[in-house]
Write a new protein. Structure first.
Length: 289
């Protein structure tokens, strides 16, 4: 059968999760669970992620589902809070009987799922997490299916671009958690390849937009550019505050920052901001790198 692209992708990504379900009724829905930040500092991104998954599932169902089984999309709001991600995931796999999870956000949130072991215990995979954190990729974990480039790849590309442009004084603004530490480590590793070091760094706490201390710490290093390892609202707040005092500094962020939302948060200060785009090479025939 020639399935439309969304149906083929869902069938490929979730196929392993459907093994052992042959005894269920052919018409019984297969539950696809999603914890997403529909409230809090990452709500804009979370809503877009849920919409994308919903559209793919609706398209797959319109084409007859996966192996004749309709898909049911169950969504829960974790507010980008790690404890909620864990609690709601347990609900999805134990109460809602999800056979696969999709579109989670947050390196620290997902790292806690791995530490807890709920994916392995439940035999439920997590597909397409919205993170490039290296600790979630190395060592290899069979319960996570990545479709994004890693933050190490992104930071290497940004550093390469900056250094090739003659910029050597580079600072880092980062979230104070596993996500931020992963990005910071990526920048340090990429700079070391050019025999350079970070000139200054500053951080902010997760689920806040308190960036004043980070602005002060980073300014002391007089950087030519700042690599931003954070989500859109605190990144926008930092760009606006920093460029007000130090105009002309180049700003680069990871791909998790939405350009549309950043322009709303930072206004004209977002002009000149740069970011790598994390997407599948068009020449590949597989679902992931």
């Amino acid at each position: 059968m020639n399935l439309p692209r969304p149906c083929r992708i869902l069938a490929a990504l979730f196929g392993l999760a459907f093994l052992g379900l042959a005894g269920a009724s052919p018409a019984e829905p297969l539950v696809i669970g999603q914890c997403a930040p529909l409230s809090g500092s990452l709500a804009g991104t979370g809503k877009e992620m849920v919409l994308g998954v919903r559209l793919a599932i609706e398209s797959a169902n319109a084409a007859g589902g996966v192996n004749g089984r309709p898909l049911k999309h169950v969504v829960k709001d974790d507010g980008y809070r790690t404890a909620e991600t864990l609690r709601l995931t347990e609900e999805l796999v134990e109460r809602d009987k999800a056979v696969a999870l999709v579109g989670y956000a947050g390196t620290g949130n997902i790292a806690e799922l791995l530490t807890n072991g709920i994916l392995a215990r439940s035999n439920v995979p997590l597909v397409a997490p919205y993170t490039g954190g290296e600790p979630l990729r190395t060592p290899f974990n069979p319960w996570i299916y990545h479709i994004r480039a890693g933050y190490g790849d992104e930071t290497e590309a940004m550093v390469e671009q900056l250094v090739n442009s003659g910029i050597q004084r580079i600072a880092v603004f980062h979230q104070n958690d596993a996500f931020g530490e992963a990005g910071l480590a990526g920048v340090e590793k990429a700079l070391a390849q050019h025999k350079l070091k970070i000139v200054s760094k500053g951080s902010y706490e997760k689920n806040t937009e308190a960036v004043a201390d980070a602005v002060a710490h980073i300014a002391r290093g007089a950087p030519q550019a700042v690599i931003l390892v954070g989500i859109v609202r605190p990144v926008g707040a930092f760009i606006k505050a920093y460029l007000a005092g130090y105009p002309g500094t180049q700003m680069f962020s990871l791909s998790v920052v939405s350009a549309a939302e950043l322009s709303q948060v930072a206004g004209d200060s977002a002009g000149g901001w740069g970011s790598p785009r994390s997407c599948r090479p068009p020449s590949t025939t597989t679902c992931a790198w």
